[in-house]
Design a protein around this ligand. Structure first.
Ligand code: CS8
Length: 373
């Protein structure tokens, strides 16, 4: 199903993950430290910023290549995988909607190793994009931004943010998108928030207090912000589904190894049919999630609208990885509840996959709407 180039890229990411991420995952979870050394090595190996076009120094690959690499990184640690791949969300808004000047300004910087954040979610909510409150008021050749964001990935390290703000009336037609440089007066970024899982992936509050930026930093036309956000999600949801597939694959790997060695009642627990059934189900849902994810990525790579497929992949991957992580803890029993074994971390890491990049409930809403188109 995959071509030779895709297989090689997947293998490169797999080997890198096994060597560099797996041994450090537990410690990064404890310290909550951004995995800078892993980031630098992955960048040097060409595993990051895959979708940036070659004209701006990137690999010029598609969404499928991104999901293949992301799945492998997240098999090692989804905190690491997420924080390494999240540049692509901000990049996509600029790749598909930015001016030539904006692309030349920011895309080569990502390829050189800078980080960018995608700032949509606000304290008032993440699901209702059309209801966001941050304002951008036109003042001559500038816009002045006021408001706040939260849960913004990598914001404390980002060189620039792609910010969604209201320029017009309420609703989906009143939003616009801006590039805001780190250090712009009126921009303040909070410390990383503490959280249940994916702890080495920083997420921060962001505050705009009379933050003045030139109008040339608006991405697309005024009022196009909602469409740009939805379009970015069509590209990013397969990637986030791949986060889930990576964690799911690790759940199966750990559970299978444990079930083959752990003995109860005189035999390895995999010989107990109720445990064997859990593994059978875990492997079947993994393959289904993977195929949905590849399909959603493939469709958009081939110029086809993938909104339905992307939401189906994100929904199924998130729900099935949570079920798999729950069963992994169950298979490990008391050891599954212990921080000395890896599965409690998989369980904690999995939960947010049902929440970010559109909750499972939002994915169902999108799917139901797409079915009626
Ligand atoms: O608001 C929409 C939605 O998708 N909400 C979820 C938002 C979301 O995903 N938030 C997550 C925040 S970002 C994040 O989590 C990053 S963290 C990630 C990983 C971190 C790792 C460390 C909605 C609820 C589906 C839409 O709701 P409505 O407000 O009801 O809008 P609609 O009426 O459906 O649409 C308005 C118009 O837009 C058009 N539209 C909608 N979807 C699309 C797509 N492509 C193109 N156009 C679209 N996908 C729609 O047709 C409407 O057009 P009209 O012409 O106005 O009728």
């Amino acid at each position: 199903m995959l071509n030779e180039e895709e297989r090689q890229l997947q293998q490169l990411a797999r080997t890198f993950t096994q060597r560099e991420i797996v041994p450090q995952a537990a410690e990064l979870d404890r310290t909550k430290a951004f995995p800078q050394a892993i980031y630098d090595q992955a960048l040097a190996l060409g595993l990051l910023n895959l979708t940036v076009p070659e004209a701006y120094g990137g690999a010029g690959l598609g969404c499928l290549a991104l999901t293949l690499v992301t799945e492998e990184l997240c098999r090692g640690c989804v905190g690491v995988g997420a924080t390494l791949s999240i540049n692509s969300l901000a990049a996509d808004a600029i790749i598909y909607h930015g001016s030539e000047e904006q692309k030349r300004w920011v895309l080569p910087r990502l390829v050189a190793g800078e980080l960018a954040s995608y700032a949509a979610t606000e304290p008032g909510g993440g699901s209702d994009v059309a209801g966001l409150q941050t304002r951008a008021v036109r003042d001559g050749d500038d816009y002045v931004l006021s408001g706040s964001k939260t849960w913004i990935s990598n914001a404390n390290l980002a060189s620039f943010l792609v910010v969604f703000a209201r320029t017009g009336a309420g609703g989906s037609r009143g939003l616009s998108v801006f590039i805001v440089e780190r250090g712009t007066p009126g921009l303040r970024i909070g410390e990383p928030l503490d959280k249940l899982g994916q702890r080495c992936a920083p997420t921060c509050e962001v505050f705009f207090d009379g933050c003045r930026i030139p109008a040339s930093q608006r991405v697309g036309e005024e009022g196009q912000g909602f469409r740009i956000a939805m379009d970015a999600f069509d590209h990013s949801r397969p990637m986030v589904a791949a986060f889930g597939v990576g964690v799911h694959a690790r759940c199966l790997e750990e559970s299978l190894a444990y079930a083959q060695t752990r003995q109860t009642m005189g035999q390895p627990i995999i010989r107990h049919q109720l445990i064997a059934a859990k593994l059978a189900e875990m492997s079947t849902s993994l393959e289904a999630a993977r195929l949905l994810t590849y399909r959603a990525a493939w469709l958009i790579d081939h110029g086809q609208r993938n909104t339905l497929a992307a939401s189906q992949a994100k929904l199924f991957a998130a729900e099935s990885v949570m079920a798999a992580a729950t069963e992994a803890v169950q298979i490990f029993g008391g050891m599954g509840y212990s921080t000395e074994y890896p599965v409690e971390k998989l369980f904690r890491d999995a939960k947010v996959l049902q929440i970010y990049e559109g909750t499972s409930e939002i994915q169902k809403l999108v799917i139901a709407r797409e079915l009626q188109r």
